[in-house]
Design a binder for this molecule. Structure first.
Ligand SMILES: Nc1ncnc2c1ncn2[C@@H]1O[C@H](COP(=O)(O)OP(=O)(O)OP(=O)(O)O)[C@@H](O)[C@H]1O
Ligand SMILES: [Mg+2]
Length: 173
């Protein structure tokens, strides 16, 4: 991490509000929003597609080095910061990230959101379990990231504005 450029990671169980929060923060902070999931598909950073799980089997070592390249390019082109949106964003090594934000949500609300997104029952269960076991926050912490949780269950715009103000103070700009 270099003074003057901020790298934020946005992780959390699917449906907890990563994309919503990352996009709002990117506007409030003037950082670039980066959709890691689309990038994985477009840049083919996966070894195969698991049809049964309907998900890509991601090459995490390649993802780490590609995210680092993206971050360095953003820094060199004079951007203020970048927000990586994905539950896989923590694969960027912690020495290259300032903070890993973890979105959380009540189980009742999360179930509603996932059903609305069209998730099958088994997938809803799997994601509720991930939220119960705090999987994303644990993985990020195990990878050495500094983490900060944000509960989106009843989050209002003013809560996001307060978070942005807190981040401005917390991370070096
Ligand atoms: N702060 C919030 N207040 C109310 N609803 C929210 C909030 N954040 C997210 N939502 C709603 O929850 C749903 C899921 O949000 P979002 O798509 O941002 O989650 P996600 O973590 O990016 O999911 P995925 O992992 O599938 O990409 C959306 O319908 C969104 O409108
Ligand atoms: Mg999303």
């Amino acid at each position: 991490m270099k003074r003057g450029f901020v790298t934020l990671l946005m992780t959390g169980t699917p449906g907890t509000g990563k994309t919503t929060l990352a996009k709002k923060l990117s506007l409030l902070l003037g950082y670039t929003y980066f959709d890691v999931n689309s990038f994985i598909k477009d840049a083919h950073i996966y070894s195969s597609y698991d049809r049964k799980r309907r998900s890509y089997v991601v090459d995490t070592a390649e993802l780490a080095s590609e995210l680092l390249k993206v971050s360095e390019k953003a820094m060199k082109t004079g951007q203020k910061g970048i927000i990586f949106d994905s539950h896989l964003s923590h694969y960027l090594p912690s020495r290259h990230a300032d903070l890993c934000l973890v979105t959380t949500c009540s189980l009742k609300k999360l179930r509603q959101r996932l059903l609305r997104k069209g998730y099958a029952a088994a997938k809803v269960r799997e994601n509720l379990d991930a939220e119960i076991f705090d999987t994303c926050a644990s993985e990020a912490a195990e990878s050495g990231h500094k983490t900060l949780k944000f509960d989106t269950t009843k989050a209002k715009n003013s809560d996001v504005v307060s978070l942005a103000a807190k981040l401005k103070k917390q991370v070096r700009t």
